[in-house]
Design a protein around this ligand. Structure first.
Ligand code: AFP
Length: 336
């Protein structure tokens, strides 16, 4: 039963009351992210109706063609965060360097790292897309400038992480280290309402998500693990079903609720895989661990990787702890 009275804003305020030291700034920041999500959702819902599908003709730092909704979503987060006056710098998949929002960063406590529109190749075919965000606390908010290491913090140091999935419903899922909670947007009211409180990921799942098209490039251990998942063995609940949306947020959302594993491994062509550590892997890893699951590069915890570059990539194995643990076992055996 959805508690229509528990809106995102009320939930944030209730959680704030549990922290006597809270100033309300963090709550405001989370509420602003909810506002940005509603704005992006509204535009996506209209995408087929207004001239916003298609491409801008530009390419982003990743060398990917920027779609108009990518650009729109990126600008929404920049504008909303600037207005909040709580964030000084933003790392975005759509921006090569660090986006600085203000001449002076004094008093602005947080940094935002964001993939404004994940899965954008799904836009023109009306597929699910998402936003992934990560929030870090600056080491010293009295400083006028943000030292690079403030933006290169381990995932274990995140103060909040979450995603928005723009699917049949728009759902915002986030954690501040006190469980994982999901809010579904009621378009009639224009509010996110609590729909999934304290999400717990099953210890093992029945689905796996990976781009099988890359099989020829996979290392032997990945082929062996996927072949293992496809073997018929009812006792160990195999074969697993393949589910791959092409949008990490949508694949992860299924796994968060139902269990299973999402993999984007490093391979012979892309040694570190495709996904970005700071604003794709690390925030989802915080959510996975908070929900009882796990997230690994295949050889180490995603949350313990020390970043060295704001756009660095990492292989990703994320989902149910037993599934991730078995994938790591296959990888260990290959590297022996
Ligand atoms: P796009 O944003 O370029 O569509 O990439 C989406 C993504 O980063 C992630 O959301 C998907 O799981 C993954 O890439 C799909 O990548 P492949 O198309 O190489 O399988």
């Amino acid at each position: 039963m959805v508690d229509m009275s528990m809106t995102l804003t009320r939930f944030i305020m209730e959680r704030q009351e549990l922290h006597s030291e809270a100033t309300g700034e963090f709550s405001m920041l989370l509420a602003q992210i909810g506002m940005a999500a509603k704005m992006v959702s509204n535009q996506i819902r209209r995408a087929g109706l207004v001239d916003i599908l298609g491409v801008t003709g530009d390419t982003n730092v990743q060398g990917e063609t920027v779609k108009k909704l990518d650009e729109y979503a990126n600008n929404v987060f920049l504008d909303v965060m600037e207005y909040s006056k709580l964030v000084c710098e933003i790392v975005s998949e759509e921006i090569e360097g660090v986006a600085r929002l203000s001449r002076s960063c004094k008093g602005r406590k947080y940094s935002l790292l964001v993939d404004p529109l994940d899965g954008s190749s799904n836009i023109d075919i009306n597929g699910a897309v998402g936003t992934i965000f990560s929030i870090h606390h600056r080491h010293d908010e009295t400083l006028d400038l943000i030292p690079d290491e403030d933006l290169l913090q381990k995932g274990s140091e995140q103060v909040a992480a979450g995603y928005v999935m723009y699917g049949p419903s728009t759902i915002l899922v986030y954690t501040t280290g006190e469980g994982v909670h999901g809010f579904t947007l009621d378009p009639g009211v224009g509010e996110f309402v609590l729909s999934h409180e304290n999400i717990q990921m099953p210890a093992q799942g029945k689905t796996y998500a990976i781009n099988i098209g890359n099989r020829s490039q996979w290392h032997h251990s990945i082929r062996q693990y996927v072949d293992y998942l496809c073997e018929a063995d009812p006792e160990s609940e195999r074969p697993y079903s393949l589910r791959y949306v092409g949008a990490l947020v949508a694949d992860f959302h299924r796994i968060l609720l139902e269990g299973g594993i999402y993999m984007y491994p490093g391979d012979r062509e892309k040694s570190d895989g495709k996904l970005r550590l700071l604003y794709e892997c690390a925030p989802l890893a915080m959510l996975a661990e908070q929900a009882g699951g796990n997230a690994s590069s295949g050889t180490e915890s995603i949350l313990e990787i020390q970043p060295t570059d704001i756009h660095q990539r990492s292989p990703l194995f994320i989902g149910s702890r037993e599934d991730v643990s078995l994938a790591e076992k296959f990888i260990r055996e290959e590297t022996r």
